[in-house]
Design a protein around this ligand. Structure first.
Ligand code: WT7
Length: 649
């Protein structure tokens, strides 16, 4: 986040209380009710969470609400449940059985509406397909698809039988896919021939073939036909989705799983070069996503709800698939780009389906601002009653634009702070109760104990910057990092002893509102996607010409942050402009196009401390064009800095 933004956040004084009309119809009707629930949750957290979990279906009740032995938590211990059952079967005996569960629009324009009954039918059949290929409870399956209904079908089928799903975003390269398949030791890969994006097709199956050349754990590949583009089907390994489904039975009772049975893993970037498989389990994740979808989006039976995220990221897992379906909602899913065929695709979707709740990312909003007010103005957006944002801090100007141009100055905006690791939203306004301030995620949800502390864990005063931490376990928290419990402990529970370390900097204002300042570790947030600087560095040094590299973020008006890579070349290589392009493409191939550096700067050496640590702060200042470069007294070779400055000119 830029200096300018931080400054404007510090000055932001506007407050928007919910309208009386909104509050009176809301699940939580005002500040008093919110304070009362929060107080009770603080006094008796276990009673509070148990009350919420019991709104869902359990085959067997739990014996203990929480077993907490830092850093490991177990929730609803002894209870047996199934999240797929709760998303589907639970609604079938009610009038919801014929309600639309997933309302899908393809980029080329097709529409598919799957009722709860229909979705249940598909999921049961697909679970039988997985079973027929030998997949069993406890196995892992990687899913690498575009945004088609078959993606949630595959997830819910895995969940139904106790197979852990590992969804890999379709924008990841073959290499990144291979690493994730190998780390998860998946026996099965579920994919599509391709997907539609901005008028062209993306060759998913081609990446799968490349990835599987180095991923021996995979026995079967199931391929959904989406584009019809010619692909290679490997005999004995690859199977068409439609052929397998044609012979599958639609009878598949949901397994009664332990509350702590692993539900899914999802890889996310950290401070090392190796992405971590964040593990979520069944009962707690279910409770967290169920409750937050209902309260934060003030979801009602009649609502049509749309989250624009991709299911390849946690937002799509929790707020397109699980949260909405647990609530029996109609969840809209769109396959393609926001500017295809024109920059008003989102607004035309809102108008066409009379969408009531709309959840998107600040980076998207800033792009809409750039495209111009005329695009939303062409459409009737009066069906909207609530707006949300997620993924990065939103600058107040973008917030105000969103409120006026999309929300008609009428809709509350929920700025929702959470992470892949937290599973569900933790800090956000409850829209009928908590007045909003542009740029603030406001206050923690009931039951969540967030704080801003210094290195030692002491709370800092109002408006003092510090580390955002969580002081108590919550049901939807990650349980571990797949295959690396030690890293889990070190990363999240040791930085500041006794507390969950989020990696974010924040301040809390005089009203107790949280203002998230962004990452304080070596992670950058590009368009709401988390990218580890180390990952990009490893990708760069894997190129034969590169000796060393240091990657930093710099403020970017559209993406939040952009990527700048400082690169030193190994002997005999010349710093030519064409090499910059080649290196960008190389990073795209190792990770995915979204991780390509915006700028590459060649340099003779990198600024280091006497102990050999790269001085990233210095590089960050250089990359963002800041004039005053901070303390350099430990810099090993002062001439390096002067040279880097020169190269800028
Ligand atoms: C990081 C988590 C949670 C789903 C999307 C990203 C940043 C997220 C906000 C917000 C300010 C936010 C944080 C966080 N972030 N939401 N409302 N305001 N910052 O998931 O990839 O796990 O990234 O995104 O830095 O730590 P993720």
């Amino acid at each position: 986040m830029s200096e300018k933004n931080i400054e404007s956040l510090l000055k932001e004084k506007r407050v928007f209380p919910p309208s009386a009309a909104f509050s009176s119809q809301a699940h939580i009707k005002g500040l008093d009710a919110y304070e009362e629930i929060s107080r009770k949750a603080l006094e008796d957290p276990e009673g509070y969470w148990a009350g919420i979990a019991s709104e869902l279906h359990w085959f067997e009740p739990w014996k203990t609400v929480l077993e907490w032995e830092l850093p490991f938590s177990k929730w609803f211990v002894g209870g047996k449940t199934n999240i797929s059952f709760n998303c589907l079967d639970r609604h079938l005996g009610t009038p919801r059985k014929n309600k639309i569960a997933i309302l899908w629009e393809g980029e080329p324009g097709e529409v598919r509406a799957l009722s709860y009954q229909m979705l249940h039918h598909e999921v049961c059949k697909f679970a039988n397909v997985l079973k027929s290929f030998g997949l069993q409870k406890g196995d892992r399956a990687t899913i690498y698809m575009g945004m088609v209904p078959e993606l949630p079908v595959a997830m819910l089928a895995c969940a139904r039988m106790g197979v852990m799903h590992n969804v890999v975003f379709g924008g990841f390269s073959a290499e990144a896919l291979r690493d994730r398949v190998n780390d998860s030791q998946s026996r099965m890969l579920i994919t599509a021939d391709g997907g539609y994006r901005r008028g062209t097709t993306i060759a998913l199956k081609k990446s799968v073939d490349d990835a599987l050349a180095g991923a021996p754990s995979v026995e079967k590949v199931i391929v959904y036909k989406r584009t019809g583009d010619p692909i290679n089907m490997v005999a004995g390994r690859d199977v068409w989705w439609h052929e397998a489904m044609a012979v599958a039975s639609a009878d598949f009772p949901a397994e009664a799983l332990d509350s702590e049975h692993p539900l899914f893993m999802l890889y996310t970037s950290g401070t090392t070069g190796k992405p971590k498989g964040v593990v979520h389990t069944t009962g707690g994740y279910m409770t967290g996503t169920y409750l937050t979808t209902k309260w934060v989006f003030d979801l009602k039976e009649e609502d049509t709800y749309w989250c624009t995220a991709d299911i390849g990221w946690v937002t799509g897992h929790s707020y397109i698939v699980y949260g909405p379906l647990l609530n029996g909602a109609t969840s809209v899913m769109y396959e393609g780009a926001p500017n295809f065929p024109e920059p008003d695709r989102f607004w035309s979707i809102i108008e066409k389906y009379r969408i009531n709740i709309f959840y998107t990312a600040p980076t998207a909003i800033r792009t809409f601002v750039k495209w111009g007010d005329q695009w939303p103005a062409k459409h009737d957006l009066s069906s909207l009653r609530l707006l949300g944002t997620v993924g990065e801090p939103i600058n107040p100007e973008a917030w105000m634009w969103y409120r006026k141009n999309i929300g008609g100055d009428r809709c509350p905006i929920v700025d929702t702070w959470w992470q892949t690791e937290t599973g569900s939203i933790l800090i956000s306004p409850v829209p009928g109760a908590v007045p909003t301030k542009p740029g603030s995620a406001t206050r923690p949800l009931p039951g969540i104990v967030a704080d801003v502390v210094d290195r030692q864990g002491n709370p800092v005063g109002p408006n003092q910057g510090g580390f955002l931490v969580l002081r108590r376990p919550w049901p939807s928290m990650l349980r571990t990092i797949y295959g690396d419990p030690e890293r889990y402990h070190r990363q999240y529970w040791s930085e500041i002893p006794g507390m969950y370390f989020t990696g974010d900097g924040a301040r809390r204002d005089e009203d107790g509102y949280f203002w998230i300042m962004g990452r304080i570790d070596d992670v950058i947030n590009v368009s709401g996607h988390r990218i580890g600087t180390m990952e990009v560095e490893s990708a760069l040094v894997s190129h034969p010409t590169v000796a060393e590299s240091a990657v930093v973020g710099r403020p970017d008006d559209l993406k939040g942050q952009g990527i700048v890579a400082f690169v030193t070349l190994s002997a005999g290589n010349q710093a030519l402009p064409a090499l910059k392009e080649e290196l960008k493409i190389h990073v795209g191939k190792s990770i995915g196009s979204f991780a390509k550096p915006d700028e590459i700067r060649f340099t003779d050496s990198l600024p280091k401390t006497r102990s050999g640590k790269i001085m990233r702060r210095l590089l960050r200042d250089l990359a963002s064009g800041a004039k005053t470069v901070g303390d350099t007294t430990t810099l090993e070779d002062f001439s390096v800095l002067a040279k880097l400055r020169e190269e800028e000119e």
